[in-house]
Design a binder for this molecule. Sequence first.
Ligand SMILES: Cc1cc2nc3c(=O)[nH]c(=O)nc-3n(C[C@H](O)[C@H](O)[C@H](O)COP(=O)(O)OP(=O)(O)OC[C@H]3O[C@@H](n4cnc5c(N)ncnc54)[C@H](O)[C@@H]3O)c2cc1C
Length: 388
Amino acid sequence: MKLEYTAAQRAFRAEIRGWLEQHVPKTPLQSFDTKEGFQQHREWEATLNSGHWGMVTWPKELGGRGCDLIEWLIFEEEYWRAGAPLRVNQNGVFLLGPTLMEYGTEEQKRLFLPRMASGQDVWAQGWSEPGAGSDMAAIRCKAIRKDDHYVINGQKIWTTRAVWADWLFGMFRSDPDSQRHHGLTFVLLPLNLPGITIRPIRQLNGLPGFAEIFFDDVRVPVRNRLGEEGQGWNVAMATAGFERGLMLRSPARFQATARALVDLYRRNRVSADADPSIRDAVIKSWMDAEAYTLATYRTASRLMKGGQIGAEASTNKIFWSELDLLMHETAMRILGPLGELMPEAPQVSDAGRWIDGFLFAQAGPIYAGTNEIQRNIIGERMLGLPRA
Ligand SMILES: Cc1cc2nc3c(=O)[nH]c(=O)nc-3n(C[C@H](O)[C@H](O)[C@H](O)COP(=O)(O)OP(=O)(O)OC[C@H]3O[C@@H](n4cnc5c(N)ncnc54)[C@H](O)[C@@H]3O)c2cc1C
């Protein structure tokens, strides 16, 4: 095995580093869970896209760079190193984009992909419903075909950034007599259609990061269907594969947090060393972030040679979500009572960078399929245990 970058990969790294140094906003943007912050992040998406950095793995003709997975990992390392803004259109560029490339008609690709890449359309993901979270096949929200439209009635919940997003991709029951994963259809719809009510839900940090969406006789043209009618489950599984696989959380994100944690520990060493288990947790965090990075490089190399990710995506998801919790909990232990100050508190100083991350880390074991569900998948598909 040769653990070295090629000259072309090193040149690619230098190119993105140079571009980011020139373009990353000098002052951090507001949270994208505020109206102003959402708009600032949308503008950042447009800036990224103007440099063809919006989604480096997209083909060149769609505004990407046709990069392979190793180049994507390098891009992510530089992105997090530069402290660039979080991606407000993550659901669009990472999840729906690749699904559209696989299942979309030529017209859908032409209509949706460029606007998605430039941040003109920010997308939300409409899968979860009350009673259909882990058990997604229990979806009840209906999309019943009437001539050249679907008429949608029902409810979605926990829809990230739906308060300000422009479009929703969702799964709906198009055959009211169907059961489970049969009779579901994948539909793309603008969130400003008549009959749609969006109610914000406040997150732990008090900001409306989610929403519940109510549909009351909402009419969506049949041409907005992605894939065949009744085949929504298969289309959605492709999206879930992208989400749970490599793209949702790159290792660079955790390496950046691990570096910040080591720095925090060094600056507070005198008080932190009163409890030796803090030092152990800092070291474990750093080592786990490095181990996850190496494991991801290995997976990426395998996928580039035509391999599949399969149930290994579940082990990854458990690993990074638990690592994120460990790192943020350790930071909170180092900071003591200061760690509880919200970022806007007057005496907060640099402690404020941790609380939001700490609160969000609590959600890691829940979103993109809970860790209990991932453990079921590992038990059944990797270990051959009986179904839970
Ligand atoms: C930050 C965040 C962002 C999200 N964004 C979106 C979004 O944009 N779009 C969207 O559609 N959804 C989104 N979700 C919702 C998310 O997908 C669901 O919360 C998740 O799938 C769990 O579903 P649930 O909340 O209904 O919990 P439930 O499915 O009711 O689960 C409750 C508990 O029971 C456990 N459990 C359930 N079934 C089993 C089983 N078979 N075996 C063992 N344990 C089980 C679960 O692990 C969990 O601990 C988001 C959630 C979070 C936290």
